[in-house]
Design a protein around this ligand. Structure first.
Ligand code: F3S
Length: 753
């Protein structure tokens, strides 16, 4: 679907030279990850080696993909950059806003109506600025990307944490915030700390009940939800080559659950077969031409311990199917031990719902193998005891598996096909009775199973497994059922056993689709107008932030001194606020409402220095803003940790906060603040945090000579007339100081456009 073959040719053309330069700079054989990263340096061919886990490096990604919830602010910001077209191929995918209730058709119609203004906006911006637009119903971002855009050796960023799914086709694909997407679309480089490398050697071959999902369920058990932080996980070995491209995609997708930056497999015959099957034989041909660069060097894989920071080995021939959970994806149980765990922990053994599909597990292989079990249920007169839903990852997969009869088979088993969208996976599930908050169990082939994620009920015990295991357990209606060893009693009272699932990696008749749901952008979008209603409460066009006034900042009021953890969730809460992701004014009403006031230990209550009374944080700040008074937020350690959500930086900037002064920052949030033209400062002496008093009026001195590495001074004018002057640090480089002066990075881009 309009993938850019010319772009791929250009990327591949520079590979040999860049790999040679990288080998010279690094002075040893290279992993696949290093090859791709060094081939995408924004400086061009490498002139130096970068230190893993230390160096911050600028990259030049080949593509950007955005889902509809995060695309709104990314595109609103992009519109501020003054560009007529996106600088790299980019796409928007409408998948997160469709609620699952009764079934695909009705749910989709309802969503189109409910989210019309958001869809119209995204469609018109895409049309104007040259982005591919995938309509609601077209499918889930990662599946659509895998089918259409992912290519071996490429580099992509996406505004969704499961962007790594494209690693299944050998792409370094990384989840980012909207501000990063905006920068890359505007032609700026993208910065990443050079990752550490975890090697996973796969030997043997999958068989029987085991599937690719079990590899990542096992890896999650080994590494836990934090084990991959700051690292790229590279899979290799004969076992890796035996997996289908979509199976590899599943493994990379769920690598997000171990905190990995991304995961990747090398290019092999399975990749070529998938590319050919999805009408991209020309990409496979190009990849064949540089195949030696699309995998790690032989020496690396022969002695992985020398070249990776950590190595794990898994024998696929010995791997058991796994069930992970509840409430966390790293609690891994081999199926043979799961029944005992259910009993010992008192988890509800009765299985209420089995849900297959999602971006993680809705390949042709997944669906055909699950359908083989559904067919057995029908043939063996087994009535499925649990509810059962199927979420296809794309219209192409849905159409193809429908053509091949699998959806009909699921229907005979009592399955309900949901829209090609995120649905229950992101809590868009109008689950009947969930509001009663009863203790119950569900099992999904999705990737995340945190409390409340699927249906909002904190007592729903959610487990994760392969589509095959989900289907078998849904037939049994019982979490303690082990399909490898146990039998079931059918309608005739006869004891029957399920045979091993079987399926096909790729459809023998090829993929098919009537309307994939794609909208090609206008050749020349200059006359396209972007649709945003001025009365909308969900969308609001952005105004440029004001440039710095050229003086020191004096008389700032302390808005809040936050105590302890202050994550991006504390600064800009999710949940019901997601609705306002595209409306900066409205979403700003959640600014810092989760932060703990250091003077009172209360949340969302701060002293308004103009009135002397306590009020909500956003309302207090709006009062300062209305009176033309700037303010300052003081925080503790690792301020802004959590996500890359740019709203956490935009909201204070929008409401008139002038500086965030903390003991230390989470780096992504610090960068986001800088991009929005905000001052992000740290106490030179962290103990000075204690000097800040509730009624302080604060000056920031030294801005007229603001320079890299040079401290600024903060004057704390206390209410009793005493004064403390403290030194504060910053990490602004020359370019970032220009962002501050211009009012934001986008203002600067616009000025240069
Ligand atoms: Fe959507 Fe769930 Fe995947 S929210 S993108 S289906 S992880």
């Amino acid at each position: 679907m309009a993938f850019d073959i010319e772009m791929i040719k250009k990327v591949y053309a520079r590979y040999p030279e860049r790999i040679e330069a990288a080998r010279k700079a690094v002075g040893r054989p290279l992993t696949l990850t290093e090859k791709i990263l060094y081939a995408h340096l924004s400086e061009g061919a490498a002139s130096q080696a970068y230190s893993r886990g230390v160096s911050y490096v600028d990259f030049q990604p080949d593509r950007v993909a955005m889902q509809d919830a995060t695309a709104q602010m990314a595109l609103l910001q992009f519109m501020q950059a003054g560009k007529s077209q996106v600088a790299v191929p980019s796409t928007v995918h409408c998948d997160h806003l469709i609620q699952a209730e009764v079934g695909a058709e009705k749910d989709l119609t309802k969503a189109k109506d409910k989210n019309k203004e958001v869809y119209d906006f995204l469609a018109s911006v895409s049309n104007k600025y040259g982005l591919g637009f995938w309509k609601p119903g077209a499918g889930i971002i990662h599946q659509v990307v895998l089918e259409n855009y992912a290519f071996p050796g490429g580099m992509m960023i996406g505004t969704d944490s499961h962007t790594p799914n494209a690693g299944g086709l050998g792409m370094v694909a990384i989840g980012v915030g909207g501000a990063d997407a905006c920068d890359v679309m505007a032609g700026l480089p993208w910065e990443l700390k050079f990752p550490k490398l975890i090697g996973v050697k796969l030997t043997g071959k999958l068989s029987g009940w085991t599937s690719a999902k079990d590899v990542i369920l096992k890896v999650a058990g080994i590494l836990t939800v934090k084990g991959g932080t700051g690292a790229i996980v590279e899979y290799f070995g004969d076992g890796a080559k035996s997996l289908s491209a979509t199976g590899k995609g599943t493994i990379c997708n769920m690598g997000a659950e171990i905190g990995a930056t991304t995961s990747i497999f090398g290019y092999d015959e399975k990749s070529a077969a998938y590319l050919a099957s999805t009408e991209r034989a020309d990409v496979a041909e190009l990849a064949n031409g540089i195949a030696e660069h699309l995998t790690g060097d032989d020496e690396v894989y022969a002695n992985p311990a020398t070249y990776f920071d950590e190595v794990i080995e898994i024998n696929l021939s010995e791997l058991e199917p796994h069930v992970n959970g509840p409430f966390t994806p790293d609690l891994a149980w081999p199926i043979s031990k799961f029944a005992a765990a259910v009993k010992e922990n008192g988890w509800p053994a009765k299985l209420e719902v089995g849900l297959i599909g999602s971006c993680t597990n809705s390949s042709y292989e997944d669906i055909s193998r699950a359908a083989s079990l559904a067919q057995q249920a029908v043939d063996k007169k087994l009535v499925a005891k649990s509810e059962y839903t199927i979420t296809p990852g794309s219209e192409q997969v849905r159409f193809t598996v429908d053509r091949d009869g699998f959806l009909d088979t699921f229907g005979q088993m009592g399955g309900v096909v949901l829209a090609n969208a995120c649905g229950p996976c992101i809590g868009q599930w109008a689950r009947h009775g969930a509001e009663k908050q009863e203790k119950n169990s569900i099992i999904t082939s999705f990737n995340r199973n945190f409390a409340k994620r699927a249906d909002g009920n904190p007592n729903t015990h959610s487990f994760v497994a392969s589509p095959e295991i989900v289907t078998a357990l849904a037939i049994a209606g019982d979490l303690t059922f082990n399909p490898m060893t146990d039998s079931l009693i059918n309608e005739d009272g006869v004891s029957v056993k399920l045979d091993e699932p079987s399926g096909l990696e790729l459809p023998t008749k090829g993929f098919a689709v009537e309307d994939a749901g794609y909208q090609q952008p206008a050749e020349d979008g200059s006359n396209v107008s972007v649709v945003v209603s001025p009365t909308s409460d969900r969308l609001q066009l952005l105004d440029s932030f004001k440039p710095w006034e050229g003086t020191d900042l004096k008389g700032l009021k302390l808005l809040i001194k936050a105590k302890g953890k202050c994550t991006t969730d504390h600064i800009s809460m999710a949940g019901p606020w997601l609705r306002f992701r595209g409306h900066l004014d409205n979403i700003s009403n959640n600014m810092l409402i989760g932060a703990v006031n250091a003077y009172t230990d209360a949340t969302n209550s701060v002293k308004n220095q103009l009135t002397g009374t306590y009020g909500e944080v956003p309302a207090t700040q709006r009062d300062y803003k209305a009176n033309g008074i700037g303010s300052i937020v003081v925080g503790d350690e690792n301020y802004g940790e959590g996500s890359s959500r740019e709203h956490a930086a935009m909201e204070p900037r929008f409401l008139g906060v002038r500086a965030i002064l903390v003991k230390s920052f989470a780096r992504i949030h610090e960068t986001n603040l800088k991009k929005q033209g905000m001052l992000g400062l740290t106490f030179a002496n962290p103990a000075d945090y204690d000097l800040v008093q509730e009624d302080d009026s604060i000056d920031i001195i030294g801005l007229t000579t603001f320079a890299p590495g040079k401290q600024l001074q903060v004057v704390l004018n206390h209410a009793d007339g005493s004064v403390d002057t403290i030194q504060v640090n910053h990490t602004y480089n020359e370019g970032q100081i220009e962002w501050f002066k211009a009012g934001s990075a986008l203002n600067l881009i616009k000025a240069k456009a």
